[in-house]
Design a binder for this molecule. Sequence first.
Ligand code: NAP
Length: 274
Amino acid sequence: MDVYGLIGNPVGHSLSPPMHEAGYEALGLDARYVTFEPDADAAAGAIAGAADLGVAGLNVTVPFKRDALDAVDPAPLAERIGAVNTVDYGPVRKGDADRPRGHNTDAAGVTRALEHHDVTIDGRDALVVGAGGAGRAAAFALADAGAAVHVANRTAGRAVELAEAVPGATGGGLDDLADRVAAADLLVNATSVGMESPEETPVPAEHLHGDLAVLDAVYAPIETRLLREAADAGATTVDGAWMLLFQGVEAFEIWTDEDAPVEAMNAALRAELE
Ligand code: NAP
């Protein structure tokens, strides 16, 4: 049996176990997905050494995504983003490497969620609101897929710093948000606004328009105020569960070398969320 899992703290309410186990079941794979919740000072060692316990793959979540970078051999995209959310122990188990391979599948979560909804990224103007972990993944992913990216963040300096690392990107604060949204084809909310207080939105309704595709990284609630108001404005909307699904799908495919059973994984995820 192959053991996969999620390492973070806390991980008690994670949706990844049912989503991945639905995938194993659909493909008839003999595998389990479990959660690990180490203390902060033990996390890097656990990530570096989990292959010794027979673990085949780990997802990494808050607060260990940055620590994981130092515990693995990071793929170039994970290194540019500065965070690892998926660790593949395959190369270590086969004796091909000393360190596990680290990936960032949040980036694919953004692009594959949009592509699944027939949203074109190449050649589009993308506005990423937020410059934390999700914002970094979204900015690199969209730029690599051919979009012209502007990052807007409450703390403007963080957006400027991120934009300097992303090809062709610009960055700034929230002062000119109305103009930035008006000029955008794609809008990604990569802030946590709308999560803890569902009545809040990162982008006022009057700025939204029908030529936008809007992806909200927030997945609880699944229909945020931003998505509701974007739909009212005639925009295409993609909820955060699609991003969560496709970051998991990408990890599943890295680990198993199989096409993930997207529909089965999506059904299991949505059954937990709705
Ligand atoms: P993070 O690293 O802590 O970043 C938080 C971001 O939100 C920062 O840009 C922060 O701005 C901004 N922010 C927080 N409160 C704000 C407010 N009141 N007004 C304006 N901006 C505010 O968090 P993260 O890991 O990027 O996660 C962000 C969201 O994405 C969370 O809701 C998380 O659940 C979600 N997420 C979803 C997925 C998925 O697969 N769907 C994956 C990853 C994350 P400052 O820099 O100014 O503090």
